[in-house]
Design a protein around this ligand. Structure first.
Ligand code: CP
Length: 312
């Protein structure tokens, strides 16, 4: 295989071309088709991957960990709570320390927007952004669009309505950008206080009510209220949010064939009724499963840059 991506890093969706995205999808499909429990591929043999998560994660961290293991990488797990960050060591010194140990690829999550870019500019390794503040979460966009591609068979013209806290969501920013590259139509539905003022830059359709958004869409992507990033007073109450923007079984059942996705973690009872969690066409678990294969594909393709530089 020699099918390199345009850039030797992934900081944001705009780093990927249309062709890059389909290279990743095709590689993910290869892994799905050829993976059997316990199979190890040797794509990252001799390559070390640091999982540097400065902010909490379940899905992204575990799936990168599993993906790197399945590709036979050496893996370093960095825990903020037990690191020397608590003794005052800076972010850049922390990364340089890890770099001095001979790490090739860094998977970085941080609560500051732009942290991944900053590290890319200050280290020689390959940086993958696993979520930076409110900015971007490009591998989530890859697994979301891959899940839609597998379900519908195409993305051109597909109508996707993103519902919830757009303002604080790096997933929304990355999903909108990737869906547009892939030719899908995007709608947004959110309380006025939870959507950026400069939304016109996205070329999206705005919906005042969730009923209008659902009637328009082939797929709805729900977002969690990111209370950890919210100023107080931005919403009258959670109960009111649920009344106007929560998805119930009754609403979902009105439209046969409608697909529902959520990047997780889900706050059941707020944005989604629990009884919908394992309902047909609710693809939340499929997204998680695809996350491992998409991250295998990305690591495998970026690993070629490491192999090339070690030869030269
Ligand atoms: N979707 C997502 O980023 O989930 P985690 O925060 O659990 O990684």
């Amino acid at each position: 295989m020699n099918d390199k991506l345009t850039h030797p890093y992934l900081l944001q969706v705009s780093d990927l071309s249309y062709d890059d995205i389909y290279k990743i999808f095709n590689r993910a499909k290869y892994f799905i088709d050829n993976y059997k429990a316990g199979t190890k591929f040797d794509d990252l043999k001799g390559i070390s991957v640091a999982l540097a998560f400065f902010e909490n994660s379940t899905r992204t961290k575990l799936s990168f960990d599993l993906a790197a293991k399945r590709l036979s990488a050496e893996i370093i797990n960095f825990q903020t709570s037990t690191s020397s960050l608590s003794k005052g060591e800076s972010l850049i010194d922390t990364l340089r320390t890890i770099e001095a140990m001979g790490v090739d690829i860094y998977v970085v999550r941080h609560n500051c927007s732009g942290a991944a870019q900053f590290l890319q500019e200050n280290t020689n390794g390959i940086i993958i952004n696993a979520g930076d503040g409110k900015h971007e979460h490009p591998t989530q966009a890859l697994l979301d669009t891959f899940t839609l591609y597998r379900h519908f068979g195409k993305l051109e013209g597909l109508r996707v309505c993103i519902i919830g806290d757009i303002l604080h969501s790096r997933v929304a920013r990355s999903d909108i950008a990737m869906l547009k590259i892939l030719g899908a139509e995007v709608g947004l539905c959110s309380p006025g206080t939870l959507i950026p003022r400069a939304k016109d830059i996205w070329d999206v359709t705005l919906f005042d009510t969730i009923e209008e958004g659902v009637a328009w869409a082939d797929t709805i992507i729900l977002l969690r209220l990111q209370r950890e990033r919210m100023e107080s007073g931005i919403l009258p109450s959670i109960r009111e949010y649920t009344k106007y923007y929560g998805v119930t079984l009754q609403l979902f059942s009105k439209k046969p064939g409608l697909v529902l996705m959520h990047p997780g973690p889900v706050n059941y009872g707020v944005e989604l009724d629990y009884e919908l969690s394992s309902y047909p066409n609710v693809l939340i678990q499929t997204q998680v499963t695809h996350g491992v294969f998409i991250r295998m594909a990305l690591l495998s393709l970026l690993g070629q840059y490491v192999k090339q530089s070690s030869k030269s």
